[in-house]
Design a binder for this molecule. Structure first.
Ligand SMILES: [Zn+2]
Length: 66
């Protein structure tokens, strides 16, 4: 597979249902608001630095409208 970007995987754990999953982090994006894959709670994921693959997780009020 060609390496087209510096995307990397970050790990998070849902604080509501304790579900663990990985999310693709786009380069330069510090924050990702995604629904939990298990309970669909909106989660606000933020990186803790370039070398940490564990994400800080907060419950978001809502998903961003796209
Ligand atoms: Zn969950």
């Amino acid at each position: 597979m060609p390496r087209l970007s510096k995307s990397r995987l970050g790990a998070y754990r849902c604080p509501v249902c304790s579900y663990r999953d990985l999310v693709v982090l786009e380069p330069g994006v510090e924050r990702h608001i995604i629904p939990c894959a298990h309970c669909e709670t909106p989660l606000d994921l933020s990186t803790r630095g370039a070398h940490s693959l564990t994400l800080a997780v907060q419950i978001a009020e809502r998903l961003p409208s796209t």
